[in-house]
Design a protein around this ligand. Structure first.
Ligand SMILES: Cc1cc2nc3c(=O)[nH]c(=O)nc-3n(C[C@H](O)[C@H](O)[C@H](O)COP(=O)(O)OP(=O)(O)OC[C@H]3O[C@@H](n4cnc5c(N)ncnc54)[C@H](O)[C@@H]3O)c2cc1C
Length: 428
C-alpha cells in the first residue's frame, strides 16, 4: 500500500468520512465543479485557501470575461448563473456602465465586470446549491491507497486534518492535489519553454487632489513599466502590470515569492508612469492581493489537448467542454475555431478517483493559453463536477462522457449554443 502522507497519519483527525465529492480550490473551475456536483445531488465540500471564492477572477482582480465573438452564450448553466447574478448586482453589463469591448482583428469580446462582487455571487450560489465551503484551508497532502485517494490532508486554524470522499477534483490552478496523489506535471514544451511570465492587476482612481509624488516614486529612466489599460471598468482604471521582462521564475515557492515582492516594489513606479503618460488626475488605489499567474503546472491526464487539436477545431467522442478563445501566449496570438475538450484531459493519469479542471488541466502550453479563460475554466469545472456525481463510486473512468454531456445540456435547459458546441462526429 502506497501512502504519500508525510505526517504521522493516524494522529491526524478526520473531519468527515462521507463526502461524495471534495473540490480543492475555489476559483472559477472549482466553483463550477462544486456547484454542479451539489446541484446534481452530491454531498460536496469545497476547500479554498483564501477567504473568498473566485481565485484569479476575484483575488487576482481579473474582472473581464473574454471569449470569441458570439459572446459568452453556451458556456453552461453555472457560468450563465454567475453572469446573471453579477447583473443583479449591476456589476456587469453596458447598461450598468461595464464596458464590452470588441477586438475585430482577433475576433474576441471582452466583457468587464466588477471583481468585487464575484466572491459574493459565488458564495451565494455555492451555499444555495448546498455546498459546504471551507475557507482558509490549504491542501497539503493526500492519503492514498494504491492509485486511489482516500483522504485529502488540509491545514487551517485547527492545524492538520483529513477529509474523506469518493471522488476528488483538483481545481487549485497549480495541480496541488494531483501532484500530492502521484500525478505528474507535464514537461516543458521544447518550442515554448517555461510559462508566461506573471502580470498583476492594479487600479487607479480619479482624485480631485493629486499631490506631487515623492522623488523616489517617479519613473527612473532605467525602468520603463509595461502595462495595458483595460477597457473602462466602473469608477477605476484597471492596469495590467506586465512583469514579463523581469525574468521571474514562478515555478518554485521561492521564485513565486520573489515575483510577488518584485511586483509590490515596482507598483509605485507603474502608478506614477500612468500619471505622467496617461492622466495626471488619477492616483493609485490598490493592487490585487493574488499575483496574476496565468500558467503554472499542467497536469498529465489520459489525453493531452494539443494546440493542433485546437487549430483544427477537433471534435472528440468524449467531449465534455469546449473553448473558443484565441491562442494568447507571449509568442503567439492566433484566432482558433471552436474546439472541444475531451473528458480524458480532465482525468489525472495514474490516479483513479481524481479529475482536474481549470488552468492546470491536461493541455500543451498553447492550447492552455486559450482554454484558461474564466468561462472555459468554469465549464470544465462543471463537466468535472457532473462526472464526479455520475460516478457510482470512486471509479470516474467508468463514467461515459456521453452521459456527462447529456446531463450538462439538460442542466442548461438545452441551450442551443451549448448543444451545437457539444455535438460530436461519432455516434453515441
Ligand atoms: C493578468 C491576467 C489576466 C487575465 N485576463 C483574462 C481575461 O481577460 N479574461 C479571462 O476570461 N481570463 C483571463 N485570465 C485567465 C483567468 O483569470 C484564469 O485562467 C482563471 O481564472 C483560472 O481559474 P482557475 O479556477 O483554473 O484557477 P484560479 O483562479 O487560480 O483558482 C484556483 C484556486 O485554488 C486555490 N488554491 C490553490 N492552491 C490551493 C491549496 N493548496 N489549497 C486550497 N486552495 C488552493 C486558490 O486560492 C484559488 O482560489 C487572466 C489571467 C491573468 C493572470
Amino acid at each position: 500500500m502506497q501512502n504519500t502522507v508525510k505526517y504521522p497519519s493516524e494522529k491526524i483527525p478526520v473531519v468527515k468520512e462521507d463526502y461524495d465529492v471534495v473540490v480543492c480550490g475555489g476559483g472559477m473551475a472549482g466553483c463550477g465543479a462544486a456547484v454542479q456536483a451539489a446541484r446534481s445531488g452530491a454531498e460536496v465540500l469545497l476547500i479554498e485557501r483564501l477567504e473568498m471564492l473566485g481565485g484569479l477572477g476575484s483575488a487576482g482582480w481579473v474582472g473581464n470575461f473574454c471569449a470569441a465573438e458570439g459572446g459568452l452564450a453556451g458556456q453552461g448553466r453555472v457560468f450563465d448563473d454567475i453572469v446573471n447574478a453579477l447583473r443583479d448586482y449591476r456589476a456587469i453589463g453596458e447598461e450598468n456602465g461595464w464596458m464590452v469591448k470588441r477586438d475585430k482583428k482577433l475576433n474576441r469580446v471582452n466583457r468587464t465586470f466588477d471583481h468585487r462582487y464575484l466572491p459574493l455571487v459565488l458564495q451565494e450560489m455555492a451555499l444555495e446549491a448546498g455546498v459546504d465551503v471551507l475557507y482558509a484551508s490549504d491542501i497539503i497532502g493526500a492519503e492514498c491507497s494504491g492509485k486511489m485517494i482516500e483522504k485529502v490532508v488540509i491545514h487551517n486554524r485547527s492545524l492538520t486534518q483529513k477529509v474523506a470522499a469518493k471522488v476528488f477534483i483538483d481545481a487549485t490552478g497549480d495541480g496541488i492535489l494531483s501532484r500530492h496523489a502521484g500525478g505528474s506535471a507535464l514537461p516543458d514544451d521544447p518550442n515554448f519553454p517555461g510559462v508566461i511570465k506573471p502580470s498583476n492587476m492594479m487600479a487607479m482612481r480619479k482624485a480631485d487632489n493629486t499631490p506631487e509624488p515623492p522623488e523616489d516614486m517617479r519613473c527612473s529612466d532605467s525602468m520603463e513599466p509595461k502595462y495595458s489599460v483595460w477597457p473602462d471598468a466602473g469608477d477605476q482604471k484597471m492596469l495590467k502590470m506586465k512583469l514579463f521582462h523581469r525574468n521571474l521564475d514562478t515555478s518554485t515557492g521561492k521564485g513565486y515569492s520573489d515575483a510577488v515582492r518584485t511586483m509590490r516594489q515596482e507598483t509605485p513606479a507603474f502608478a506614477e508612469h500612468f500619471r505622467q503618460h496617461h492622466d495626471a488626475d488619477y492616483v493609485y488605489s490598490g493592487s490585487a492581493p493574488m499575483l496574476g499567474l496565468r500558467e503554472s503546472v499542467r497536469i498529465e491526464g489520459d489525453y493531452v489537448l494539443t494546440v493542433d487539436d485546437c487549430r483544427s477545431g477537433c471534435r472528440f467522442e468524449d467531449a465534455v467542454a469546449y473553448g473558443t478563445f484565441t491562442i494568447d501566449a507571449n509568442e503567439v496570438s492566433e484566432i482558433l475555431p471552436p474546439y472541444q475538450i475531451p473528458m480524458r484531459s480532465l482525468l489525472v493519469k495514474n490516479v483513479e478517483n481524481c479529475l482536474v479542471a481549470g488552468r492546470c488541466f491536461s493541455a500543451d502550453r498553447l492550447a492552455l493559453s486559450s482554454a484558461r479563460t474564466m468561462a472555459t475554466c468554469c465549464l470544465m469545472g462543471q463537466a468535472a463536477g457532473m462526472a464526479a456525481t455520475l460516478a457510482s463510486g470512486p471509479e470516474v473512468r467508468g463514467v461515459k462522457a456521453s452521459h456527462v454531456r447529456r446531463e450538462l445540456i439538460k442542466a442548461s435547459d438545452n441551450d442551443e449554443a451549448l448543444v451545437q458546441q457539444m455535438m460530436v462526429k461519432c455516434k453515441e
